[in-house]
Design a protein around this ligand. Structure first.
Ligand SMILES: Nc1ncnc2c1ncn2[C@@H]1O[C@H](COP(=O)(O)OP(=O)(O)OP(=O)(O)O)[C@@H](O)[C@H]1O
Length: 351
């Protein structure tokens, strides 16, 4: 069980007011950080996948973590939750160090992350998947083995809690179905239910919307917000900018292993470091669009930056007819002009 009591949830206005005082810069201090990261690095071969000097995560809020492909987001998640080992650095929750703990110890301190459904979990029932989220609790310890009635009581407790969570995430009717039979959106709900079995304080969601049918998106977003409403701190990796804007209170941007920007979601498209990171990453990459022809992932960030630049240029009295719109980028790349890499990028067919 986590050491930390859940706090009274803040309202939207309180959260906005709180972040209004936070400087929009990498490593910005937060009013009440629950997680503090210092000088974490992780190298694979010659590649520094993560190299974060300082990062604070605000308690009771939803922090979105974005960045181009290979920026180090998943590796950072793995490091913070004990699924990978840092080369250097420290991180703590409410002042207590979490360095070099095994994942189940990190979970007991109150930090969990979601995982995509694996092949073997797909062959188990939905209920068993959720029950498995309670692994490493009392029932698996020596005392449980010696005192079976303790173990049985706990098994009942775990099953009851699993049913409660399945009901919360609208999966009660699927309890006895194989997890592999669930839709993309239901799988995401199952991942969340499984993570909540340990009653966490901090929930880290890795691409919670990936593969989710648009019809389920709003419900899933509602579920993520409900975690915050219950006093939990949520950190999530996501490529969909609409999702980022909808649910994040604050956004941390990574590129090449480091935090390169922090800002409220509405301020991102005007941030030159963000634009530059996505532009840089897109030099050799195809633009990405969803089935409806809307830009997604890094392409959406780029499209937003272009729109923002257009709005600003128009406001400054520019005539944009037939001209490329220069996007504000730092001086080392000032010669770059953001423009699509094909003339007709609007539909999936012509990519
Ligand atoms: N186990 C590993 N062995 C070798 N290289 C790795 C390993 N894990 C990650 N990397 C590399 O580290 C870098 C960061 O990867 P990571 O998956 O953390 O990025 P990401 O921001 O999550 O990317 P994406 O958005 O594409 O998932 C990448 O260059 C990746 O190839």
């Amino acid at each position: 069980m986590p050491d930390t009591e859940l706090t009274t949830p803040l309202g939207a206005a309180e959260r906005a007011a709180m972040f209004a005082g936070v400087p929009q810069e990498p490593g910005a201090g937060k009013p009440d950080p629950i997680l503090v990261v210092d000088n974490i690095s992780r190298t694979f071969g010659g590649l520094k996948a993560v190299d974060v000097a300082h990062l604070e995560i605000q308690r009771g809020c939803i922090t979105g973590l974005i960045g181009p492909n290979g920026a180090g987001k998943t590796t950072l998640f793995n490091l913070l939750t004990g699924f990978d080992r840092v080369d250097t650095g420290t991180w703590s929750m409410d002042g207590a160090s979490l360095g070099r703990l095994h994942p189940h110890h990190v979970a007991r301190r109150g930090i969990v992350r979601t995982f995509q459904l694996t092949k073997s979990l797909s062959k188990m029932t939905v209920l068993d998947n959720v029950r498995l989220g309670a692994r490493h609790q009392r029932g698996e310890r020596m005392l449980g083995a010696l005192l079976p009635w303790t173990w049985r009581a706990q098994e009942r407790e775990i099953t009851d809690r699993a049913y409660d969570l399945l009901a919360r995430f609208d999966l009660a009717g699927k309890a006895d179905d194989l997890a592999g039979s669930l839709s993309g959106g239901q799988r995401k709900l199952l991942e969340m239910a499984r993570a909540l079995m340990t009653d966490p304080t901090v929930v880290m969601l890795d691409e919670p919307m990936a593969g989710v049918n648009p019809a389920l998106t709003q419900r899933l977003l509602g579920h993520i917000k409900s975690l915050r409403d219950d006093g939990m701190t949520v950190v999530f990796v996501e490529h969909d900018m609409d999702v980022i804007r909808d649910i994040s209170d604050w956004v941390v941007v990574m590129a090449q292993g480091s935090v390169i920007a922090e800002a409220p979601p509405d301020e991102l498209s005007g941030n030159s470091a963000v634009v530059d990171a996505y532009l840089g990453s897109h030099h050799d990459q195809a633009l990405e669009f969803d089935e409806a022809g809307n830009p997604v992932g890094a392409t959406a960030v780029l499209a937003e930056a272009l729109e923002e630049a257009e709005v600003q240029a128009l406001a400054a009295g520019a005539d944009l007819s037939g001209q490329d719109v220069p996007v504000a980028v730092p001086s080392d790349s000032a010669s770059r002009t953001a423009q699509p890499e094909t003339d007709e990028p609007g539909t999936p067919e012509n990519r």
